[in-house]
Design a protein around this ligand. Structure first.
Ligand code: RIB
Ligand code: CA
Length: 313
């Protein structure tokens, strides 16, 4: 079966790391053209080091390109209270020998999409700054993008009452992406909070003899404790994993084609994704919105991925 060419744009990030594992697994049908990093959970340099560490652990031989050091308009915001000062506190991975590429992430995205014989799927799991800048700098690439499969937004917020972190950090970039006309698949908090890695799930995924499973356990332990302390939730929702799980098994998710607009002006609603589930606006649908996930099948598949992870595929 032909592999689907993807670029993973991320801010690792505990759940970004899990998304990368899924994309790189034996079960995956994805051809990872590269990983691009963006300022988000922590500063972009730290996110890049984390991406390099993850690639080394996974023996994933793909280029890592560092991207935007901050949002397009407003000052950066980071989420160290959730991800720790390194952006991926918990696991102790060695300093990577692998180094980032010289080319900026935005130029890598443009070059890769322009030169690809088949359409490329972009998989952003952090703020949308790199994606927006690529679309602004090279609008022609829209015709060779299969889909943008993103984690962000939702009908409620986790950074403000109205806004989810990835969208809130750079709502201007999100507006560019949602108004681009490129097909979108959106995994917001409505669905990502249905895949919370609580203690029971953590116990089920634990496998001391499996290096990748140990890494995931250490991620989930820190991430879960941060969610308990910060939100009172018994475990971390593995938000970003929904994007790559969707690419592997789309039928896990119930999707609805709706219009989504991005608020960039509101005093209390900046960064809100206005998800028109009841079609009140009459606006053209622009997004496949994930409403729910088959949780049992999701965890079954993730458990299988961890058990069978094979770097030598
Ligand atoms: O709101 C959740 C999102 O913000 C996830 O992508 C997480 O990694 C953080 O970037
Ligand atoms: Ca992320």
């Amino acid at each position: 079966m032909e592999k689907r060419k993807v670029i993973l744009d991320c801010d690792p990030g505990h759940d970004d790391a899990i998304s990368i594992i899924i994309a790189a697994s034996e079960r995956s049908t994805l051809d990872i053209a590269g990983i691009t990093t963006v300022a988000g959970n922590v500063e972009v340099g730290k996110n890049t080091v984390n991406a390099l560490k993850i690639c080394e652990l996974l023996k994933l031989d793909v280029p890592v390109h560092q991207g935007a050091a901050g949002p397009m308009v407003k000052p950066s915001e980071i989420a160290t209270e959730i991800h720790g000062s390194t952006g991926m506190d918990g696991p102790e991975l060695p300093e990577p020998d692998k180094t980032k590429e010289e080319q900026h992430a935005v130029d890598f995205i443009i070059k890769t999409v322009r030169s690809s014989k088949e359409k490329v799927t972009l998989v952003p799991t952090g703020p949308l700054t790199n994606i927006a800048l690529a679309l602004i700098k090279a609008p022609d690439i829209k015709d060779n993008i299969e889909e943008i499969v993103l984690m962000g937004g939702g009908t409620f917020g986790n950074w403000t009452p109205a806004a989810e972190f990835n969208i809130y950090v750079d709502a201007e970039a999100a507006k560019v992406v949602y108004e681009s006309g490129v097909p979108l698949a959106m995994f917001g908090l409505d669905v990502t909070h249905q895949v919370i890695a609580d203690k029971e799930i953590q116990k089920r995924l634990s496998s001391p003899d499996n290096e990748i499973a140990v890494f995931v356990s250490e991620l989930l332990e820190f991430f879960g404790r941060a969610y308990k302390d910060h939100f009172g939730i018994e475990g971390g929702p593995i938000h970003d994993a929904c994007t790559t799980m969707y690419l592997l098994e789309p039928d896990l998710f119930d999707m609805k084609h709706v219009n989504v607009s991005i608020e960039t002006k509101g005093e209390f609603t900046y960064g809100m994704t206005a998800v028109d589930l009841l079609e009140t606006t009459g606006l053209e649908p622009n997004t496949m919105f994930a409403r729910s996930v088959d949780q049992e099948k999701f965890w079954d598949l993730f458990e299988e991925i961890l058990v069978t992870y094979n770097e030598d595929e």
